[in-house]
Ligand binder design. Structure first.
Ligand code: GLC
Length: 743
């Protein structure tokens, strides 16, 4: 059978839905290699080791197929030479690295990039990251991470593209295209990796690695959407998640790795474990021992083992005991070799940095600055405190994040060069369009510091200044893998510092650099303006200074819901209405409940008596230095058949004084479904650059595939019925229309 398929392949190229064509010549080469390989050499291709040192002999014996976490080009060229020239089969290694939001030039963390809602900009940034990483010899990145996350307690929300599957799908595809370029065999192309498959961001309690319970409809209609989009875009590899889903760990989950990924999506790349995720199935209580873990992961469809050695240790015995088949091994090796061929590694396994542009060059820094500018969300701007006047005489600069070249880079920045970072203080000093005197008091050595000794100095700096810029937030280590927080307020005594500075009565601009939304209920009324910049990367300083002085208007929009208090979590915009939806008319806040009130069924809707129902700021929200007016909502029809398309348009006018960009959003609501439908679903967005007084009309097109969901029978359906539709500036505002789908 096997040979028959290969014969067929050599005659009829197999078109993989959405993915690249399977090249019959390549498939023939792969088949011939597999025929010649020993079992040990096959297992070698399925084995990934950490670093080059000490692995030379195993590479020479064909027992390693991939190396991660090595960026010394001489070492990489040496082990590639050993693999190509000294091993029996001469198969090149695939070199992997976490190139998550930049390599040497660090871009905003992915959650910040998501706030730009700009796929073209994100594609440019990942293209630059790929060029820099490939220049040292890396050809595979463990990115994009596309886990949907509705819980900012989770440390890895910093790495996500937010809470919405539509936005995450569009941006994840842009990242794949940027990393992989238009031809994976380009020397500066990286194989991308869709991770973590799947449902990792649904960890109970926002605690990393924790249990997830995800109904299949939710899995298919939310968590899998970005992975499917990236499969259709030709992503080369997948990485499994650490978590279990409904009792089955992702590393041993054949529903995900076979039924979904292979049978339904026709994925033709390969799947790598996460770090030791195979052996962790013992901890999960899903496997007895390493051998059982190898058996269950291989039979589920896992193909390359990161960091542990259950494949090397147990595959031969598992084959002898007929617990696994040689077909499984050959399929895994075939998929791995296919990606190595697509990367052109057989022809070009070596790297010459001279063939690449300089790292951290002016073009890369300019792109990082533009990404940082567009990643900043202005949450508040009372009394138009921002932008600061260029004639301002003095500015107090206060806080632990004002001049910290390390902390503003954020999580997953192994290959940064801290000296490249340009901090806000550095940028303020270099900003030649203002001659303001800078009164800088760091005040707190780091975000968790608890020493008030410099508070008075900070107060004095504020008192002698015309305005105060407070750069606060989280050190980078307070988010990222395994760094989850049960309380997401500003760490340490930052709130106390803000209280003290607010007593001076000076206008205060709070800049939050963090890996997640930070709850600011205790201090929001103490500051006049808030810029939510997440960790903005190498060029965060110049980006923030340009925004603060109005060289450019903020344009970012929240890719996640911003809670009032941590107790509201999980909190997201595309929630279900429930049988007792929140009703502001009957809501009685806790402090207004009469003493000794009798229990009553009145006012019993879904809310918190001490926090209401709404977030502090909704998904899709972000302010600008101008104002935009939405008008003339038009639908091409109010009734459409399933096979027809609907155009929805609106006019947007810049009604303010400065040019700016608005991210116009399209939402729908399916009013009645075979299963309940969310109160809002993002179905489109468009960035509009408008000069003062300028108007543009944005037109979106909806078809039945935009409105489908999985019903109780797990069928993907679009049902007749009424829909609401909005075009607006966020998930809670906009012009509303209605249409009906008729049979
Ligand atoms: C980590 C992460 C994964 C990363 C891998 C290699 O534990 O979960 O995202 O790519 O190990 O560093």
């Amino acid at each position: 059978m096997h040979k028959f398929i290969l014969l067929l392949l050599s005659v009829f190229p197999l078109v993989v839905f959405g993915g690249p064509l399977m090249n019959p010549q390549t498939e023939g080469k792969i088949a011939r290699l597999i025929q010649q390989m020993t079992l040990e050499e096959k297992i070698g291709q399925m084995t990934q080791r950490n670093g080059a040192d000490g692995h030379e002999d195993q590479i020479r014996d064909g027992l390693i197929g991939s190396i991660l976490n090595e960026i010394d080009t001489d070492k990489l060229n040496n082990i590639q030479r050993i693999a190509m020239k000294e091993s029996r089969m001469g198969i090149p290694l695939i070199i992997g690295r976490d190139v998550i939001h930049g390599f040497r030039t660090v871009f905003p963390i992915p959650l910040g990039l998501a706030a730009s809602w700009n796929p073209e900009l994100i594609k440019q940034g990942t293209r630059i990251a790929a060029i820099e990483a490939a220049s040292v010899g890396v050809r595979w990145t463990f990115a994009p991470m596309m886990d949907i996350c509705r819980d900012p307690r989770w440390g890895r929300i910093a790495e996500t593209l937010g809470e919405d599957q539509y936005l995450a799908s569009v941006l994840a595809v842009a990242m794949v295209e940027g990393f992989q370029s238009d031809d994976l065999s380009n020397k500066d192309a990286l194989a991308a990796c869709a991770k973590h498959f799947a449902g990792y961001g649904a960890a109970e309690g926002g605690r990393d690695y924790n249990t997830t319970s995800i109904p299949e409809q939710l899995m298919r209609d939310v968590y899998l959407k970005p992975f499917k989009a990236c499969t259709d875009a030709g992503v080369a590899t997948f990485m499994v998640a650490f978590n279990e889903i409904n009792g089955v760990p992702a590393s041993g989950n054949s529903f995900l790795l076979k039924q979904i990924l292979r049978d339904e999506w026709n994925f033709d790349g390969f799947v790598v474990s996460d770090w030791a995720s195979i052996t962790q199935m013992i901890n999960h209580g899903y496997c007895r021992d390493d051998k059982h873990a190898a058996e269950r992961s291989l039979n589920a469809g896992l193909e390359m083992e990161m960091a542990t050695s259950t494949f090397i240790d147990h595959i031969k015995n598992l084959l002898d005991e007929q617990k696994i088949t040689m077909q499984t091994i050959d399929d895994a090796v075939r998929n791995i070799l296919r990606i190595k061929f697509r990367l052109g590694l057989f022809e070009n396994p070596y790297t010459d940095p001279a063939d690449f542009p300089e790292l951290v060059n002016a073009e890369h820094l300019a792109a990082a600055k533009e990404s940082a500018i567009q990643s900043v969300v202005m949450l508040k701007n009372d009394n138009q405190v921002l932008p600061l006047s260029k004639e301002i005489k003095s500015i107090a600069v206060i806080g632990p994040m004002a001049d910290d070249q390390f902390e503003q880079l954020g999580t997953w920045t192994y290959d940064k060069n801290i000296e490249d970072t340009q901090t806000p203080l550095m940028a303020l000093k270099k900003f030649d369009k203002s001659s303001a005197k800078i009164n800088y008091v760091q005040t707190l050595e780091y975000s968790r510091a608890k020493d008030k000794k410099d508070f008075q100095k900070a107060v004095e700096a504020a008192e002698k200044s015309d305005a105060v810029l407070m750069f606060m937030g989280e050190e980078s280590i307070l988010s990222g893998e395994a760094h989850c927080r049960a309380n997401i307020d500003l760490p340490g005594i930052q709130e106390d510092l803000i209280h003290e500075i607010s007593k001076t009565g000076k206008p205060i601009v709070l800049v939050i650099m963090a890996g997640r939304p930070i709850t600011i209920g205790n201090i929001i009324d103490k500051v006049d303006a808030i810029l939510f910049s997440l960790h903005p990367g190498t060029m965060g300083g110049p980006a923030l200074v340009d925004l603060i002085f109005g060289e450019v208007s903020p344009s970012g929009k929240l890719p996640v819901t911003y809670p009032k208090v941590v107790g509201q979590i999980p909190l997201y915009y595309n929630y279900k209405n429930t049988g007792r939806p929140f009703d502001p008319k009957t809501y009685v806040p806790m402090d207004s409940i009469p003493v000794r009130a009798w229990q009553t069924s009145l006012g019993n809707e879904t809310h918190y008596i001490d926090a209401g129902h709404k977030p502090l700021y909704p998904f899709g929200y972000g302010l600008s230095y101008t104002t935009f007016e939405y008008s003339d909502l038009k639908l091409s029809s109010n009734k459409i058949k399933l096979v027809e398309k609907l155009q929805v348009s609106a006019k947007i006018t810049n009604t303010g004084e400065v040019a700016a960009t608005e991210i116009v959003q399209l939402y729908i609501r399916d009013l009645v479904g075979d299963i309940t439908r969310p109160v809002r679903e993002l179905k489109g967005f468009e960035r509009l650059q408008l000069n003062p007084g300028e108007s543009k009309t944005v037109t979106f097109e909806l078809c039945k595939d935009d409105l489908d969901f999985h019903n109780q029978k797990m069928q993907l359906v679009t049902e007749p019925g009424k829909f609401h539709v909005w075009i607006g500036p966020s998930s809670t505002e906009g012009l509303q229309g209605e249409f009906e789908i008729v049979q």
